[in-house]
Design a binder for this molecule. Structure first.
Ligand SMILES: C[S@@+](CC[C@H](N)C(=O)[O-])C[C@H]1O[C@@H](n2cnc3c(N)ncnc32)[C@H](O)[C@@H]1O
Length: 234
């Protein structure tokens, strides 16, 4: 049974709060988010072309690594265990962490999952060598706070590695991204199609050292414009 619904029912019973209405719609959305969505995200983020993007960036991670929104752990096989000491994997979704635990069993690197969002990084200032974002900046609701936190914990010599989808450079594609985004966001667990990824990275206090952009060959153009690159703290 949906935990949220159970908690609400208990609150209503204990405090006689008749104004708490438990909607069937919310219950269904809760089930969707907890059970079906993690599976859909895992499948959607595991296509051949997305895996090819991961291969370009994840092996560059070194030292103490912080992965924001580790999801189902699809990056794990691409870490170079000779270069990486340790990975902190932040992931606020219980369903995604459940899936990640299976992947962690095959991991050649030590990974510690943290049940927290990117906005609440519990690590010390200047303590991380590599921060990795893959297909997560599209989803983090308070991306400014998350990037501020990343800036705080990353060493001055550290690297921010990113591999994201976002706003397309073609006006017609961007217009469709803007049109479809409100519905997409609901269905895709808060993911936005149209975020200007490089703008966010710059506003977060980073400068991009290297970047490649492309439309993924096996994705619709509205969700397939990709940015992969390396940024440093300004
Ligand atoms: C599209 S998935 C990508 C997962 C993984 N990074 C990958 O490349 O496969 C987006 C992930 O961001 C996570 N997420 C959502 N809000 C977040 C937040 N505020 N901070 C960190 N991660 C978040 C979601 O739970 C989900 O696992």
């Amino acid at each position: 049974m949906d935990v949220v619904v159970a908690i609400l029912k208990e609150l209503r019973r204990r405090h006689q709060l008749d104004n708490i209405v438990i909607c069937q719609k919310d219950k269904k959305m809760g089930l969707y988010k907890r059970y079906l969505l993690p599976h859909l995200i895992h499948m959607g983020c595991g296509t051949e072309s997305i895996q090819a993007q991961r291969k370009k960036i994840v092996p560059l991670a070194e030292g103490r690594v912080l992965e924001i929104g580790i999801g189902s752990g699809l990056n794990i096989p691409y870490y170079n265990s000779k270069r990486v000491d340790f990975v902190w994997g932040l992931e606020p979704s219980e369903g995604m962490r459940r899936k990640a635990k299976k992947n962690l069993k095959m991991s050649g690197v030590k990974v510690k999952l943290l049940n927290l969002p990117g906005e609440e990084i519990p690590l010390e200032d200047n303590s991380i060598d590599t921060v990795l974002f893959t297909y997560t900046l599209c989803t983090i609701s308070d991306w400014r706070t998350a990037l501020r936190q990343v800036h705080r914990v990353m060493k001055p010599s550290g690297n921010l590695l990113f591999c994201e989808h976002g706003a397309a450079p073609d006006k017609s594609v961007l217009a469709w991204q803007n049109r479809i985004n409100p519905i997409w966001k609901i269905v895709a667990g808060g993911c936005n199609l149209n975020r200007p990824i490089t703008k966010y990275i710059h506003e977060g206090g980073f400068t991009i050292q290297w970047m490649e952009t492309l439309y993924l060959p096996d994705s619709p153009r509205i969700s397939g414009f990709n940015y992969v690159g390396v940024a440093k703290k300004v």
